[in-house]
Structure formats: C-alpha cells, structure tokens
Design a protein. Structure first.
Length: 799
C-alpha cells in the first residue's frame, strides 16, 4: 500500500485525467494532503482513480480545482474511494460533479466491468460548481455499478447549470445520505440541493435542507423516474421557481416520506409549497396523515388510494400558488354550475358553467393560464360519441385563467313532441334524447389530455321549459313522433307576451301572443293593463271584469276573441247594467232617464225601471200618478192638459165633456168646468220649424193676454200638412174661469198686439185668422203634435 502524508499538490495540470495524480489499481492512502489550483483537460481535476484501485483520503483539502470533464476534484470509475474529514472548496467541473464524480469504466482501465464504491464521511463541500452540460454541483453519481454513501457531511453554496445543485444521481446508481446538511445550494433546472433521475435509488436519513433554490422544480430535492426515500429529515426555506415543489419534486417514481418536517418553503410560480408530484405514482406518506381543513381539501378524487395531505409533515408558512403543503399535476377538469333539477337550463338560452383544472387533492391549479378547454355534446356511454340531436353554441371554447374558465353555453336540444292540454291547462315538451356534455383539452404543461366526466344537462320542462316571457319556438312547426324539431326559448318582443312557453296561437305550436287591446305589452311577460281584472287561464291573459261604467269586450259572437279584450268606457249619456259580463253593452240613455256613463236614474221620481236581460237594457215599467208612460221614448210625460193620469203603465184618461184639467192631473177630481178662447194664427214657416219655436209662441200669447204661458194650450198645427209647406196654421186655446174672463182674453188678442209680441221673440209676422169663445172642448185630447212635441206642450201647460 502506498501512502502520501502531509503533502501539497499546487497548480498541477494534466492534458487528460487527474490534474495532480492518476491511480490505476492498488491501494493507496492520502492523509493531510493539500491539492490546490490543479487543472485537468479530462476527468478529475485533482485525482483520478480507476482499474479497481482503492484510495482512502483523510483530513485533506481540495481547493480551486478544475476538471474539463467529470469531477472537478476527484473521479473514481471502477474503484473504491473513501473520503473522511476532508474539505472541498471552489471546485469546478464542466461535465458534472463539481467536486466528485463516480461512474462506470468507459475508455480506460481493464475491460472488465468493475463496481464503483464511493464513501464520504464527515466532509464538507463549499462553493463547488458544475458549469457545463453536467449535473451535480458537488457530486455526480452515474451508472448502475455505483453505490455511494454520504455520512455527516455538509454541502453549502454549490451550484449546477443543470440539475442537482449539490448532488446528482443518475442511471440506476445508488446513493445513501445520512445525517448531512445541504444549504444555500442552487440549480438552473431541478433539485436545488439534490437530483435523482433515470431509475436511480436515493435515501436521505436525518438530513437537513436549508435555503436551497431551483430555477425548475424541487427547491431541495428532485426525483424523476427514480426511487427516493426520505426519513426523519427537515426542509426549511427552500424555493422552487418551476411548476412546483418548494422542497421536494417527484415524477413517475416511488417517493417514500417518513417523519418529514417542513416550514417556510415556497413555490412562487407553481404548486406544492412543500411537495409537488406528477405522473403515475403518488408519494407514500408513512407519517399518520391528518386531513386538511382548508384549501388542501380532504376529498380525494379519481385515484382512490392517494393519501390525504399531511399537516404533520407540513409546518408553518409554506407557500405556493396552489397547495401550500402538497400538490400534484395529476390533472382533471372539475365542472361546477351545471344545471340541476332545482335550477335547470333553458333551451336556447345562455347558462354559465365553470370549469376548474384540479390536482389529485382537488386543489385548483392556478398556475395554468394557457391551456385551452373545449366542450362537446356526448352520449352517456361515450365521451367521444357526439350527440347529433343536441348542439352546443355560445362561448364553448375557453382558455384557462389561473386554472379556471367560465363557459357561456347555449344548448339547442331536439324535441319529439310538444303538447298542450286545454282541459288540464298544462303542457309537456318531450326530449328526443337526454343531453350530455363533456369538457376536454390539452394540458400545456404536459401536452397530455385533460378531461371531465360526462355530465347530464338538466333542462326545464312543462310550463317551466322557458323563463317567463319566453316561448319554446320550434324550427318548422309542430313537433310529433315522426318529425323531430329543434326547440329554443325565444323572448317575446314589444307588442307581444307569453305567460306559458308551450301556448301559442295554434295548438301544440308555441308562439308569442298578440297584446290584448286593453294592455300594453313591453315584451316578455311584462304586460300593463289599463283597466279591469285580468287572470291567467290556460296560458293566456283573460279579462274577467271591468270597472263600473265600462263595457267588457272579449267575445265576437259566441267565440272568445283574445286580441280585442279591453274595458271600453261608456259615454256620459250612456249606461251599462253589468261591467263584468260581455253580454252587456253600453246603452243610450232613454229620454226619461239621467245617465252618468254607468248608472241610470229616472228623471221623474217614482218612475219604475226593470232590466231586460235579453237586450241588456233598462225598460220603463211604470210612472207615478200625474204622468203617463211613453213607450216609444221611454219617458214619464206630465199628464196632458184635459187629461188625468193615475200612473203605472196606463195611458192618460180624457176629462169628461165640458171640463178641463191642467197638465199633471192625477185624478178626475182635477177636471173642472171652463170657457175656452180659441185662437187661430198662421205663420210663414214649416211645421217642424214651429215645433222648436212653440214655446216662444206660447210666451207671445201669454204676454198679450197677461196670463201664464203654461195656460196657453196649443191644440194643433197643420197635422196633415207636408213638412215642406211654407205656412203653418196654429190653433190654440186659452182656458178661462168664466165667460167674462174669456171675453177679456178675446179683446186683448188683436193682429197688432200679436205682431208686437211675435217680433219681440223672433217669430215671423203671424196672421190672426180668428178669435172665438166657446164652452169646454169635447176634443181636447186630440193634439196634432207628434208624441215628442206633445210632451213639450204638456209640460208647458202646467199652471
């Protein structure tokens, strides 16, 4: 065995391997050796060991060494290297293993494949670097024929331009690290302190990782396609800037964690403040798990055997974009806001659906703002089978924003039948198929398919198939079993309305209804009615009553007429018996009544009126005593002079011969003996003109005789003459109490006196034909005036 004791190798160089020493076979021992500023153009900037050689190094220092190949300070291939109590500082390698490289024989040494055994104890590695294409800022271990152990050692300030800021294990190599410390190490890719890749086996026992950084994932440790075990280790203040794992990252490999403690770790741009895993195998947590009560949900989805998040493992102040403790990239699309029985969707109308990208712990993957999610209809049995009977429109393609997307979907289903039962007043819309929907997309991180479950879309039905104010509009008309129809809810426009989406102008063909004449339709179900009581019956508005004084209009003949429904106000000279029944109409007020547009009241107190339900009008049935009933004008006329009227429906009775009664006499007792002065005058006017000027005539005669005008009784005026005649001859009588009074009247009636009075009242010059005195008339009731004129004269003749 050769020994080198208390020696120095300074500024040594080699074009190939081993800048200071190359050992091929044999057993050597170095103790208290200083190797400084040595350079190798190949592997091993300080020492290169191969060919089954055995080297024990104790209490030595390796500083500022450089290897252009592997191992800035030491390289061992096919040999056994044991280092104890030594320090490595500022060592650099271009291909990997800034301080130490352990690998398999390739280009030198015997052709036999030899095992490589590396043992490091109680040693320190400070500011060692791998600057080129290799990994492992301090140590790179590669090959299935390498077994390495690290005990009670420290790694500080080491860095790698790839993975494993301090240590990298690759290609089925094995590394066992016990009671060691990793601090302030950095990597440009994964594993700020340590990296395991390509079926490597790594174990960390009772080790500490503090303040390590990775530009990629795994602020302290990264394990890809490898088996990694961590026992009783702690992770503090580590950071990963990649997709996740502030402390630990694993992918497609076995990760066993037993009694791990972690705090103040972070993944500022990814998931899992402590641990992030992706791929086909979840980590095994030996520590008894405690379910999360916060964002790290205790619900496990899709993979049933994934353990819940352990907060015994995760301490305080671990941070990440999502999953402050643990997270994964085992992604699925979680859909919320889907229509339910209590809140169904409406065909043809937008309904919002929220899609969230979740990890296996049901945490939102808020780091994804690039994946695009699509939707399509599907069958219940197959996501890929598009349902041709249902189409999806609206905002059906969305890009995730912080792991979430809001879809605004419009479903256009197909109906096999749309029916309306007028008897029951209810309808039914029968879907040709129960619609299903499916969300899917490509995960931009993994370029793998992400998808949701196939979900049913619950649609409203019956009278609730559309919102109030909408109708279920069918493509081409009625839906039957043989003609399938696409149906969508369509809002009714201004001037129309709907209160039931399955009702239309024709049966089983829903459509918006025209606005009734008595309403203002502002679109939808917004109808403002001007007057009356309206109810919803059989899916339409019906007018059932109107205010007093209004006619209810809703029928044409015997048929209900929806569009003309209104309350029509009666005119002020009309009345209506019942405003709640369309059979009653506004009626013209009869002569014998006073009307206010609603009610009728007899002009004469005591007159009796009855309702004729056939004509819908009031009929005068009787008059009080002193009046007679005029059926043609529906009036109670004051009993004519020379007559007495006992009332009711009976006509007036003429006074006995030689007697006379003033107008309004209600019994024969008012018929008294009188003397008449008969006056005959002719005027140049027609008979009809005189009818409207007879009062002026009475006043003129009264003024000439100094008697009241009501005592001038006009007996007749050209009864048989044609109206076109230009001369009317008027015969009138003045009743006198005796002959003396009658002669006095006769004396005062002269042509001159009458012309003065006629002129004063706008009457044409009348010609006095005769004035005579006689006893009581025997024909006083035979007035030549029409009934309507007679009424006026009778009233005028009242004493």
């Amino acid at each position: 065995m050769s020994q080198i004791l208390i020696s120095k190798f300074v500024k040594c160089s080699s074009m190939r391997g081993g800048g200071a020493i190359v050992i091929n076979g044999g057993t050597s021992e170095f103790k208290k050796v200083l190797v400084q500023e040595c350079i190798s153009g190949g592997d091993g900037g300080g020492i290169m060991l191969y060919g089954g050689a055995v080297l024990n190094i104790t209490d030595s220092v390796f500083v500022e060494l450089f290897g252009a190949g592997y191992g800035g300070a030491l390289t061992v291939v096919g040999g056994r290297l044991r280092v104890s109590g030594s320090n490595f500082a500022s060592c650099t390698s271009s291909r990997g293993g800034g301080a130490v490289f352990a690998g398999q024989f390739e280009c030198y040494g015997p052709s036999d494949v030899l095992m490589t055994d590396l043992q490091l104890e109680n040693s320190s590695f400070n500011v060692c670097r791998s600057t080129g294409s290799g990994s492992g800022g301090a140590i790179l271990i590669t090959s299935e024929h390498v077994v390495a152990t690290v005990n009670d050692s420290s790694f500080g300030g080491c860095s790698s331009s790839k993975s494993g800021g301090a240590v990298s294990v690759e290609n089925e190599a094995q590394l066992f690290v016990h009671h060691s410390r990793f601090f302030n190490n950095t990597s440009q890719e994964r594993g700020g302190a340590a990296s395991a890749e390509t079926l490597a086996t790594v174990e960390f026992l009772a080790s500490t990782f503090y303040n390590n950084r990775a530009q990629g994932s795994g602020g302290a440790i990264s394990s890809v396609d490898s088996a990694t075990t961590m026992n009783s280790s702690s992770f503090i203040n580590n950071t990963a800037h990649g997709i996740g794992g502030g402390a630990v990252y694993t992918k497609n490999g076995q990760l066993i964690i037993n009694h791990l403690a972690a705090k103040n770790n972070s993944a500022p741009s990814g998931g899992g403040g402590v641990l992030f895993w992706e791929g086909n195998q979840a980590p095994i947590l030996v520590t008894d798990p405690v379910n999360s009560t916060g964002e790290d949900a205790d619900k496990i989805i899709i993979i049933e055997d994934i353990p819940p998040i352990s907060h015994l493992m995760c301490g305080e102040h671990n941070l990440a974009v999502y999953g402050s403790c643990m997270a994964s990239s085992g992604k699925t699309l979680h859909v919320s806001g889907m229509p339910t029985v209590d809140a169904p969707a409406f065909p043809g109308l937008i309904f919002p659906v929220f899609v969230v990208k979740k990890d296996w712990y049901n945490q939102t993957i808020a780091t994804d703002s690039s994946s695009v999610i699509l939707t399509q209809t599907a069958s219940q049995s197959s996501r890929q089978a598009i349902d041709s009977l249902v189409s999806v429109a609206g905002k059906s393609i969305c890009q995730l924003l912080r792991g979430e997307a809001e879809f605004s979907l419009i479903l256009k289903p197909t109906y096999s039948a749309v029916t309306w039962n007028q008897l029951s007043g209810s309808g039914l819309a029968v879907l040709a198929n129960q619609p299903f929907i499916y969300f899917y997309g490509t995960d931009m991180e993994t370029v793998l398919l992400i998808e949701s479950k196939t979900l049913p879309i619950i649609l409203a039905n019956g009278s609730n198939v559309c919102p109030s104010g909408y109708v279920l509009a069918l493509d081409t008309g009625k839906a039957t079993d043989s003609v399938l129809q696409v149906g969508v809810c369509t809002e009714c426009l201004f001037g129309t309305y709907s209160v039931d989406p399955l009702v239309g102008i024709s049966l089983n063909n829903p459509s918006c209804l025209n606005c009734p004449a008595g309403g203002v339709c502002n679109g939808g179900s917004n109808v403002v009615f001007r007057l009356g009581l309206w109810i919803i019956s059989s899916g339409i508005y019906k007018l059932v009553s109107c205010p007093p004084g209004h006619q209810l209009i809703n029928f044409i003949g015997n048929s209900f007429a929806h569009d003309i429904q209104q309350c029509l106000a009666c005119q002020s000279d009309q009345y209506i018996i019942n405003s709640n029944d369309s059979m009653f109409t506004c009626r013209t007020c009869p002569s014998g009544a006073i009307c206010d547009g609603s009610k009728l009241k007899g002009r004469v107190a005591g007159s009796v009126w009855a309702i004729d339900t056939i004509s819908g009008s009031y009929i005068l049935q009787g008059c009080p005593a002193g009046y007679e009933l005029l059926a043609s004008t529906q009036d109670c006329a004051l009993c004519s002079p020379g007559f007495f009227c006992i009332g009711g429906s009976l006509a007036g009775t003429q006074c006995p011969e030689g007697t006379f009664a003033q107008a309004g006499a209600n019994s024969s007792a008012f018929c008294t003996q009188v003397v008449f002065v008969t006056l005959v005058v002719s005027f140049p006017m027609t008979r009809d003109d005189f009818i409207y000027r007879q009062r002026s005539f009475q006043e003129a005669i009264a003024a000439a005789t100094q008697i009241p005008a009501d005592k001038v009784w006009i007996q007749n005026f050209n009864r048989r003459a044609a109206n076109s005649s230009s001369v009317v001859t008027v015969t009138s009588k003045l009743p006198a109490a005796d002959t003396g009074e009658a002669l006095g009247f006769q004396t005062s009636l002269s042509s001159a006196s009458l012309k003065v009075q006629f002129s004063a009242r706008g009457l044409p010059d009348g010609e006095l034909k005769s004035v005579s005195v006689s006893g009581a008339s025997g024909n006083q009731g035979n007035s030549d005036l029409p009934m309507s004129v007679t009424i006026g004269i009778c009233i005028a003749a009242i004493f």
